[in-house]
Design a binder for this molecule. Structure first.
Ligand SMILES: NC(=O)c1ccc[n+]([C@@H]2O[C@H](COP(=O)([O-])OP(=O)(O)OC[C@H]3O[C@@H](n4cnc5c(N)ncnc54)[C@H](OP(=O)(O)O)[C@@H]3O)[C@@H](O)[C@H]2O)c1
Length: 293
């Protein structure tokens, strides 16, 4: 998105759609090359025969505020927000959901007709919905690996559902900052988190460990300390079966991959912008697997 004047940009956009603007939404981030959101939302638009378009909108950090104002002016109904803009999205929102306020970040913005910008954080609730769909109870003891943006949203949502949540993070400073922010969140040391596995019902990896091209971990040895009824979730979805999930499956544990969270977190935005509650079913999952290649 460049710094074109709003009126000429609107005219050009309208012309590019043959004179009538469809309902528009999109995803803003920097970079955005690998985002699956356009495949997901445009797949739903086709499936439900909705005249709308969901666009990939690369927006650099220095242009975030001007870019959002321009999208409002162009008639967009809202956007999903991904790295590195989630905190800026929280700042620009004029109204926030309670969970976004607790997370201090927003991944979904809805533009009101009156110029208001509603900010929501749906990563954590999407994660919980997906666990529920897999039959995992949400009120037990959970150990979350990581203290980044995704961890913050997941911890806040699990705690809201009544989970007793602990985190372990490589950088102690970041772990302490998160546990100071979310009242009741415990913190265990990164070096000996596996020794806590005997006392938890759910293990969640929110770090980038195991992601394609990133570092990995000796999950096999860590999981040897787990109870047989532990559920293991990984929010990394490239690859879909991470080495953590593979080891957990070999150990006979219940596993949940990261694709369901991606689908669930998108439903709120789609429903609000396009007026239809989309299905998070096998067809949606298969379409995304196709886009993943
Ligand atoms: N499935 C979904 O819908 C979904 C949604 C959001 C994110 N994700 C995925 O979740 C992951 C994290 O996203 P994020 O936004 O939370 O990122 P982030 O804010 O950058 O946090 C990254 C986390 O990974 C940890 N980490 C990175 N390298 C590590 C290593 N070598 N050893 C131990 N810990 C390491 C970091 O620890 P330090 O604090 O010590 O650096 C931090 O806790 C990404 O892979 C992302 O693709 C998936």
């Amino acid at each position: 998105m460049d710094r074109e004047r709003p009126d000429s940009a609107r005219l050009r956009l309208t012309e590019s759609f043959g004179g009538t603007l469809p309902r528009l939404a999109g995803v803003v981030g920097w970079p955005l090359d690998h985002s699956l959101s356009p495949a997901l939302h445009n797949g739903w638009l086709r499936r439900y025969h909705i005249s709308g378009r969901y666009l990939k909108l690369p927006l650099s950090p220095e242009n975030f505020k001007a870019g959002i104002k321009l999208l409002q002016h162009l008639g967009f109904r809202g956007v999903n927000v991904t790295i590195p803009h989630k905190e800026d999205a929280f700042q620009i929102a004029t109204r926030l959901t309670e969970i976004a306020r607790r997370c201090g970040s927003a991944n979904t913005l809805v533009f009101g007709d009156d110029g208001e910008i509603f900010g929501d954080s749906t990563d954590g609730t999407g994660f919980c919905e997906n666990l529920r769909a897999h039959g995992v109870a949400l009120h037990g003891r959970a150990l979350i690996l990581g203290a980044g943006g995704a961890a913050r949203a997941i911890c806040a949502a699990l705690m809201e559902k009544g989970s007793d949540v602990s985190i372990a993070n490589r950088s102690v400073t970041r772990a302490k900052a998160l546990s100071a922010q979310l009242h009741g969140l415990r913190h265990v040391s990164w070096d000996d988190w596996p020794s806590h596995l005997g006392a938890v019902d759910l293990l969640v990896n929110t770090t980038s460990l195991g992601m394609q091209g990133a570092a990995d971990y000796d999950w096999e040895s860590a999981l040897s300390k787990a109870r047989d009824d532990l559920s293991v979730a990984d929010i990394v979805y490239v690859p879909l079966e991470t080495s953590l999930l593979r080891q957990a499956r070999r150990r006979g544990l219940r596993t949940v991959d990261g694709l369901g969270m991606l689908i669930e977190q998108a439903r709120v935005g789609f429903r609000t912008w396009f007026g239809k509650d989309p299905q998070a079913d096998d067809a949606t999952r298969r379409a995304l697997l196709g886009a993943l290649g």
